[in-house]
Each structure stands twice: as C-alpha cells, then as structure tokens.
Design a protein around this ligand. Structure first.
Ligand code: FES
Length: 315
C-alpha cells in the first residue's frame, strides 16, 4: 500500500496500563476520522525525531476518531519506545492510515486467541470486537507477572462473566503458556490467532502447521534491519541503490521514487515480498519459513539485506 496517506496527530491522552506499558490516544489535528481497519490493524507512526515504527491498534468497535496504541518500554529498543514514553499530551507526530495484515476472519465458529506479553495489544482489540458481536472466544495469555499484564483487570472481569475463557500464565508464579493445549483446543471451524515474541511465534507456527489458513500470527517485535553497506540493482527501474547502515532496501527504494508494495515494515506481513534475480539475500523477516528462505529467490525488502552480492531485484 503505497503511497500512504499520512495525518498530523496529537497526543490526547496517556495512561499507564501496566508495569512499563503505556497507552496513548492519538487524534487527527484536523479533526478527521481514520479509515476503519478492523481488529488486528496496525499504524505506522513517524515520531518527532523522524524514527518510523509500527504499532498494533487496541481500538474497540466504533473508535474511528482516535488511534489507541499501547507501548512497552524496551531498554534494548532502538529508540522507538523510549521516544513514545517521553511524549506529553499535546505533542504531535505523524500517522499513516491504519492497515490490517492480521485481520479477524468473519466465518469462524469460534476463536482461540494467544498472546505473549505486549502481544496482547491486537488481541485485546479483537476481544472487544468479538464481545460486541457476541461471538465466542478463548484467550491464552502469557505475561511476566501480574503487574506487567496489560488489560488484566478487564480480562478478569470478562472471565468472571463467562468462566473458562481466559487462561493466564504468569512466569513470576512459575506458570508457562501451554501452547500445545491452546492450539489443540481448536475445532474444525476455529480461527486461531497468535501475537507475541519470536519464541512464541516460532512454536505456534510449528504447532499450527496443520490448521492452514485458520492459523494467523503477528510478531510484535520488529525485525532487525540487516546490515547496510551494499549495492542493490533494481532491474525494472534500471537503477542501482547504495544501502546505508540502518537503512532498508525499502527505504532506499522509496527515497529513489520507486513505489514497492509494503505495509508493516517489520518483516511480518509479507506485503513487500520481492523476487530476487541474482545474489543471495540475508533474510531477517518473520514471514517466510526456513524452507521458503533457503532458495533465496524471494525476500522481504523492509528488513532483509544482502549475504552474497551483487543483489539484483525484480523491482
Ligand atoms: S512490509 Fe511487511 S514484511 Fe515487509
């Protein structure tokens, strides 16, 4: 989806949700609404420093006047979460229109949701929409501790109203998320959605391989951009780009006026998949499986780099 429509947005509300997790509400400065993208959607923000980051939306139904995000302060982050934690009410930044690569399917009889840590954010949006539509769901939620579990109070209330549909696993209590049980609880017409760190996603993908299109996942950890310092030739555009350190092939292509498809910019959605005509890519994405990565004939240009050059792309 390129080029993207962007809006100047203002921080209208800040709430501390859990230990090191903060919710921000962003509204368009011109008073406009955002295009509804449904539960599971994400937004690409350009922070005041110029850093660009994608965040899942936690919006409930009919909340199109604001973007609701929840951010975890990550000491190891490359600056995005620290900068968002430094924002105050009234500060402005830029937001693209929301996009959705982790959408909730309509046709499932019921829904199993699996969240690890801050991966609860798109899942919480799904729960609010499922509740409004009176559709059945179950949640398996792993968190470091009670204090670090965002939306714990709301989920405990939902559990009280229909016992058995929320299973917490707090590592501080010695509990571990029983992923096999979560995946195996899916019936013939159950949609299964998982969002969490790389470790959980990898295990989920292996366990859910037999579910086919009923298995959906999103990794909230943006893929690390591969090292720069190499050249890429774009065959169809007939141009050669030098990829600098900290820059992705996608960034360089956009700067050069080429408009590849892209969405998440974090190696998750698959939108930026590009055919490799020569060279060998350094894969960094979460989208392709190891088997799909092996031939090196396709790559995600938002994060992957060059292992053996020259890299020639069908762009
Ligand atoms: S834009 Fe989503 S994987 Fe590259």
């Amino acid at each position: 989806m390129s080029p993207q429509v962007c809006h100047c947005v203002e921080v209208q509300r800040i709430d501390d949700l859990a230990e090191d997790i903060r919710a921000l509400e962003l509204c368009r400065v011109d008073g406009g609404v955002f295009t509804p993208a449904g539960p599971g959607a994400h937004v690409r923000l350009t922070l005041p420093s110029g850093l660009q980051r994608c965040y899942s939306l936690v919006n409930g139904p009919n909340e199109d006047r604001q973007l609701q995000i929840a951010v975890q302060l990550d000491p190891a982050s490359r600056g995005g979460s620290k900068e968002l934690f430094s924002l105050a009410i009234g500060d402005t930044l830029t937001a693209a229109e929301p996009d959705n690569t982790f959408a909730l399917a309509e046709g499932d009889d019921d829904v199993v949701l699996i969240a690890g840590g801050i991966g609860i954010t798109p899942i919480w949006s799904m729960i609010q929409h499922l509740e409004q539509a009176a559709r059945p769901w179950r949640l398996y939620y792993a968190a470091r501790s009670h204090r670090s579990a965002a939306y714990r109070t709301e989920l405990q209330e939902l559990e009280r109203s229909a016992p058995g549909r929320v299973v917490f696993a707090f590592s501080s209590d010695g509990q571990r998320l029983d992923l096999p049980a979560a995946v195996n609880s899916a019936g013939e017409r159950t949609g299964v959605y998982c969002c969490g760190p790389d470790r959980i996603i990898k295990e989920f993908r292996a366990l859910a391989a037999g579910l086919g299109e009923r298995a959906h996942f999103e990794d909230f950890t943006p893929a690390e951009i591969a090292e720069g310092g190499f050249e890429v030739h774009l065959a169809r555009s007939n141009m050669t780009l030098v990829i600098r350190e900290g820059e992705s092939i996608l960034d360089a292509a956009l700067d050069a006026g080429v408009e590849p498809e892209y969405s998440c910019t974090s190696g998750t959605c698959g939108s930026c998949i590009t055919t490799v005509l020569d060279g060998n890519p350094d894969h960094r994405d979460y989208f392709l499986t190891d088997q799909e990565k092996a031939p090196g004939d396709r790559m995600m240009i938002c994060c992957s780099g060059c292992r053996i050059g020259p890299l020639v792309l069908d762009l």
